[in-house]
Design a binder for this molecule. Structure first.
Ligand SMILES: [Zn+2]
Length: 615
């Protein structure tokens, strides 16, 4: 009897200490999402489920989960999906500044992971070594997760300079390979090229193959902004050739290759998506590892806001007239390096202090490049030219008084609107006025405005330009966008940036890519199903990038989750007013931490710089 009593006392004592060491009601989960309709990352239809999260992991996905949680989200009437993965961004540039680290423009679209360092241009390895950048972002916190690529253009610039239109010597090639290798060792996911830009364009296929081969032993990937992408508006064959080059690189290196922002520029090329996709599909049928990404807009990024009168018609001669960029560079060339750097500091990105590494980078630049950079930073040439320049304006109006001269100007304006690269040769019906002193005209096409005013296209364009208006154009055809979107190997990539909120002109893709694709193309136009869109921005990019623990609502996966209110999606960013956050994301979890709560930022910065698994 005595023994039984002491056993009972011992049991009570045990219970007491157990309760002391744990809170009385132990929490089973950190976050419990109840009653959700789940898109799991596949292209299968939604299903009803609860989802439980502990730490940064999805620990349970089941019809009904009973248990305690620190926070319960009732997702009745809402949908959940794996957090969106943005395959293609240039966010690393803006994220150098502390105030842009949250990347709210991405979070508000439901994006939880971004891939940065695209189009051959990365912070790596020029601005600072990657380890410093990664450490700083890790210590100070970032909004979404980031996966970084090393840019071919940067590597080439550091070894060969920016203007070298030639093949590298074998020694230079070895140096470039070493830089790529170092980046891979420091945690890059792969390499990107911008074969249409300086200096990437100077790199021939063989050079790219040699550098892409370096990432193979690290299970790296290759992202290609292909050659001639936007500069082939008059030459279909060049566009096809550019895709074939990407296929060749994929074939010869065995490295999974992704074609960035796949699209067809220039109205005369519209319809070409079928041929471009056929090249990709033939390669895929032959087991070449090749995929693509896309942003769902008809507006391009290259010449987003152009004047409506071409320069030659404005000044009345073929050469530039007035100040050219080399004139301005010449003025700055008389200054000492230290003065140049001082001026750069004062004018660069609205006086935000530059980092020590950035200053070191400026100090190490070739003199010519430094002068170029500083003169561009200090003097915005477009502010000295065009209708804002009183003298140029007066001379232009004088020329318009001469009827023969005026006819000539009108002809040039029409040609420019219909034929030029700036206009994507898309014509007045695709030329949209983005900014104008008459706000009522913003968002209308040049054709519409000409009709309203009862004027010819040329006269309407001239009048608008004199009012300081700027235009942009729908240079991609809807049919091509939809054709590409339907492909099961095409992921979503915004090509967006981490902008200073509210400042400057920017493409709306930075603000509304992911919800635009769901709302416009799945819910309204029904081009594709919602699960198809979800897959293209979750499990497909995860697969392409080798993120093996993200992109799915599945037990054991990282808790990157977006809770969507489909009926309240509003993509508010517009071409005239691009700095507008989307609505429709009710909650957002990054690595199991609530970062958007009822649509608002919680202040958390739980993103991580992702590191690839060692092969
Ligand atoms: Zn690009």
């Amino acid at each position: 009897m005595k023994t039984r009593k002491s056993l009972f006392e011992f049991f009570l004592l045990f219970c007491f200490f157990f309760c002391m060491s744990y809170p009385c009601i132990a929490q089973d989960y950190d976050i419990l999402i109840k009653n959700a309709r789940v898109f799991d990352g596949s292209n299968k239809p939604e299903f009803r489920s609860d989802v439980a999260i502990k730490d940064d992991i999805i620990v349970k996905v089941a019809k009904s989960i009973i248990g305690n949680a620190k926070k319960t989200i009732d997702a009745g009437g809402l949908h959940i999906s794996p957090g969106f993965i943005d395959m293609h961004t240039h966010a690393d540039i803006g994220m150098r500044h502390l105030e842009n680290r949250p990347c709210l423009n991405f979070l508000k679209q439901g994006v939880t992971t971004i891939v940065a360092g695209q189009c051959g241009s990365s912070a790596w390895p020029i601005f600072e070594n990657a380890e410093n950048q990664i450490k700083r972002w890790t210590d100070e916190g970032i909004g979404p997760n980031v996966a970084l690529l090393v840019g071919h253009g940067q590597v080439r610039e550091i070894v060969m300079g920016r203007e070298e239109d030639r093949e590298p010597s074998s020694e230079e090639l070895e140096k470039m390979k070493t830089l790529v290798k170092e980046a891979m060792q420091q945690g890059a996911y792969g390499i990107s090229t911008g074969l249409e830009y300086t200096p990437g364009f100077y790199g021939k296929t063989e050079e790219v193959i040699e550098l892409v081969k370096v990432v193979a032993p690290y299970n790296g990937v290759y992202h290609s902004h292909v050659r001639y992408e936007s500069h082939a508006i008059d030459d279909k064959l060049k566009l096809i050739e550019a895709i074939e080059e990407a296929v060749k690189i994929a074939e010869q290196t065995g490295v999974p290759t992704n074609i960035s922002h796949l699209k067809v520029s220039g109205k005369r090329n519209w319809g070409l998506a079928r041929e471009l996709c056929a090249v990709i599909e033939e390669a895929r049928d032959n087991n070449v590892k090749i995929t693509a990404d896309q942003y769902p807009f008809r507006f391009g990024g290259g010449h987003p806001y152009f004047p409506l009168i071409p320069r030659s018609a404005w000044i009345g001669k073929e050469n530039n007239g007035g100040l050219s960029s080399s004139d301005i560079e010449e003025i700055f060339d008389h200054l000492r390096d230290s003065k140049l750097i001082d001026l750069y500091k004062k004018t660069h990105t609205r006086n935000i202090p530059i980092t020590e590494q950035h200053e070191q980078y400026l100090n190490n630049l070739p003199r010519k490049r430094l002068v170029q950079l500083v003169s561009q930073s200090v003097v915005n040439l477009s502010n000295l030219q065009g209708s804002v320049n009183a003298r140029e304006r007066m001379l232009f109006l004088k020329r318009m008084e001469n009827s023969e001269e005026a006819e000539n100007i009108r002809k040039k304006v029409v040609e420019y609107i219909n034929e030029s690269a700036a206009s994507g040769n898309a014509g007045p019906e695709n030329c949209y006025i983005t900014h104008c002193s008459d706000k009522n005209l913003e968002g209308k096409t040049l054709k519409e405005i000409a009709e309203i005013k009862g004027k010819s296209i040329a006269d309407a364009a001239i009048e608008l330009d004199l009012m300081g208006a700027r235009g942009t154009n729908k240079q991609y055809g809807e049919d091509d966008i939809e054709y590409i979107m339907k492909k099961n190997y095409v992921a979503t990539g915004s090509d967006g940036i981490a902008p200073f909120y509210g400042i400057g002109l920017t493409h709306i893709r930075s603000y509304s890519t992911f919800l635009q694709k769901i709302k416009k193309y799945a819910m309204e136009r029904k081009t594709v199903s919602i699960p198809h869109v979800i897959r293209s921005q979750t499990s497909l990019p995860a697969q392409i990038m080798n993120f093996d623990d993200r992109g799915w609502i599945r037990e054991g996966y990282k808790a990157d989750i977006v809770v969507l209110d489909l009926k309240n999606i509003d993509n508010r960013a517009s071409i005239s007013n691009p700095h507008q956050y989307c609505t429709g994301v009710e909650y957002l979890l990054v690595n199991g931490t609530l970062i958007l709560d009822k649509g608002e930022w919680t202040g958390a910065l739980p993103g991580r710089v992702l590191k690839p698994k060692k092969p």
